[in-house]
Design a binder for this molecule. Structure first.
Ligand SMILES: [Zn+2]
Ligand SMILES: [Zn+2]
Length: 241
């Protein structure tokens, strides 16, 4: 096996995963979270403990009152160091060692989840599209790479043109959740493959989910074209924003 170095601490590692065992154990795994929006909140967990409710599948109050247009959201990690740094290197500096490592974790979590839920895996994977100008600038779409990584191992096809991204959005920075949602509305439009998702179970793949504004906007389009179930899969979930 070619020698490689731990992506976090740079010590040489002698296994296929590019992380040493100590750094792997220290990763910020996402704790049990709301199964619909994927959000973890300390107060929800302590309230559930008080009620002796240890069921790992639960829906938070927000989702009970105002459910998002997707049905399920799962994240491998919380968006914290060193995962945030790995994602940054992947996206901004074409860190393909990081991409491979994060793709491995995402696929493992994806596969395990459908086994545990005893539910059929999705029919299609839908990476969150980048606007063409952004794609040209970056040279790759990080969500597409992650979707490809799951597809290769699971044989679930990727639908590349179910949704298109219309134009570069104004920056989402500094906007609250409602403003972000408004900003994202009309960003996604149905693409040439949209009819294929009718009555199908699909999974949106993204690198980081923050306020869910992006995935909600995409899920709105998919739902309006008849998607039967929409799951969202991401490498990291921001639990506070
Ligand atoms: Zn290490
Ligand atoms: Zn929720």
């Amino acid at each position: 096996m070619p020698a490689q170095h731990c992506l976090c601490c740079r010590t040489p590692v002698n296994r296929s995963l590019a992380l040493c065992e100590a750094c792997e154990a220290d990763l910020p795994w996402q704790p049990p979270s709301c199964s619909q929006c994927g959000l973890w909140r300390a107060e929800v967990v302590s309230q559930r403990r008080l009620n002796n409710d240890y069921n790992p599948q639960f829906t938070c109050m927000n989702c009970q009152h105002l459910p998002p247009s997707f049905d399920y959201c799962s994240s491998v990690f919380a968006y914290e160091s060193p995962i945030s740094t790995m994602i940054k290197r992947f996206k901004e500096h074409a860190g393909f060692h990081e991409a491979r490592c994060l793709g491995d974790f995402l696929h493992a979590s994806f596969r395990q989840s459908y086994v545990e839920q005893e539910s059929a895996a999705p029919d299609f994977l839908l990476p969150v599209p980048l606007h063409s100008a952004r794609l040209r600038k970056r040279g790759f779409n990080q969500s597409a790479m992650l979707a490809n990584s799951i597809s290769k191992r699971s044989a679930i096809p990727v639908l590349w043109h179910a949704c298109n991204r219309r134009a570069s959005t104004h920056t989402q920075r500094g906007l609250n959740a409602a403003e972000r949602r408004e900003n994202m509305r009309s960003v996604f439009v149905a693409g040439s493959q949209i009819t294929q998702i009718s009555r199908r179970h699909v999974a949106i793949i993204d690198d980081v989910v923050t306020t869910t504004a992006t995935v909600s906007a995409m899920a709105d389009i998919l739902k309006s074209h008849g998607a039967a179930r929409i799951d969202v899969w991401c490498v990291a979930r921001a639990n506070s924003f």
